[in-house]
Design a protein around this ligand. Structure first.
Ligand SMILES: NC(=O)c1ccc[n+]([C@@H]2O[C@H](COP(=O)([O-])OP(=O)(O)OC[C@H]3O[C@@H](n4cnc5c(N)ncnc54)[C@H](O)[C@@H]3O)[C@@H](O)[C@H]2O)c1
Ligand SMILES: O=P(O)(O)OC[C@H](O)CO
Length: 295
């Protein structure tokens, strides 16, 4: 199979490594990178099968500037909800490509471990299960690919867990203990499920890889950029300084605002996301957020 990976950040390069095990893969990004089989954006967009690892908040602009529909299939490899409009990625990509040519990859997957070919299990979701299977079959032996058709559920899970991961970092940064982190992660799973169901997601989606699996991974590891944002908040750092130090995308930061706005609009009770939003956007003291969550 011939594939083109678009976006050469940590995740794009990890997926390029993974898919290259069994396929002919090229990679591109907005600035040249010294990677074998690096091609121009124009050449990459001629491929039939694409993998796009551009961060959620940049997707719409990138599509508007670069994408011409020539029948390509797209595996969307980002996790987030567009803050400006509250749109999920399937809605944004859906403005450019029919749903039956869109698939979404999610699940517990630190790029650094995928890059080292460590055992991983991921979910590829699509309304077109044949397409999901095509991409899953292209994964290497060290990645077990599951497929399902609950695109909304997998999208919500992948986006929401980044916000709970920020809270997980706050919890550990304040040294509140394992009991507190377990309570936070469990309640975070309930909260993301409640949110997902409001948008038509399947409850069981949140019990598997894309939900509980990715949440447990991300909300308790310094390998997570979002978890590290929480550590910084607990240390009293300003979010601007945290992100500058990080030097990589932390999708939970803009997604927290998107969740807060959607929760108000649809009147959904999202206590943890609301407190993360308050810490990020209003500079609320993390200790006060914890007290308010426990209150
Ligand atoms: N890093 C991981 O472990 C991991 C794992 C799974 C999913 N993801 C998801 O993958 C997506 C990308 O994250 P990442 O880890 O590669 O982040 P990163 O910060 O390592 O890289 C982001 C890449 O996007 C590019 N980019 C940013 N704005 C752009 C724009 N306007 N147009 C074109 N390119 C742009 C940057 O140049 C950079 O190469 C995120 O949604 C993230 O949640 C990351
Ligand atoms: O580093 P994070 O917090 O963006 O998490 C990376 C992946 O989404 C983990 O599955």
């Amino acid at each position: 199979m011939k594939l083109a990976v678009i976006g050469a950040g940590k995740w794009g390069q990890a997926l390029y490594h993974a898919f290259s095990q069994k396929n002919d893969v090229v990679i591109t990004s907005r600035s040249h990178k010294d990677i074998p089989h690096f091609v121009s954006m124009k050449e990459a967009l001629e491929y039939e099968y694409l993998v796009i690892a551009i961060p959620a908040q940049a997707v719409r602009g990138w599509l508007e500037e670069n994408f011409v529909d020539k029948g390509q299939k797209i595996l969307v490899a980002a996790k987030g909800i567009e803050t400006a409009t509250g749109s999920f990625l399937n809605e944004i990509y859906g403005e450019f490509v029919d749903a039956d040519r869109l698939a979404f990859i999610s699940g517990p997957s630190f790029a650094a471990e995928v890059q080292k070919s460590l055992p991983t299990a991921l979910v590829i979701s699509s309304t077109n299960l044949e397409l999901a299977k095509t991409y899953a079959d292209a994964l290497p032996e060290y990645i077990r690919g599951y497929v399902n058709d609950d695109v909304i559920g997998e999208e919500v899970a992948g986006a929401y867990k980044n916000v709970i991961a920020i809270a997980g970092g706050v919890c550990d940064g304040l040294k509140l203990g394992n009991n507190a982190r377990a309570a936070l992660i469990s309640r975070g799973l309930v909260e993301m499920t409640r949110f997902g169901e409001a948008f038509g997601a399947k409850t069981e989606t949140f019990l598997s890889l894309g939900g509980a699996g990715d949440l447990f991974l991300t909300a308790s590891s310094t390998l997570s950029r979002n978890y590290r944002v929480g550590i910084g908040l607990a240390q009293g750092k300003k979010i601007e300084d945290i992100l500058e130090e990080l030097g990589e995308v932390a999708e939970g930061v803009p997604t927290a605002k998107a969740l807060y706005l959607l929760a108000k609009q649809k009147e959904i009770y999202l206590p943890i996301a609301t407190e993360v939003h308050a810490m990020l956007e209003e500079g609320k003291d993390p200790r006060q957020s914890v007290r308010d969550l426990l209150g």
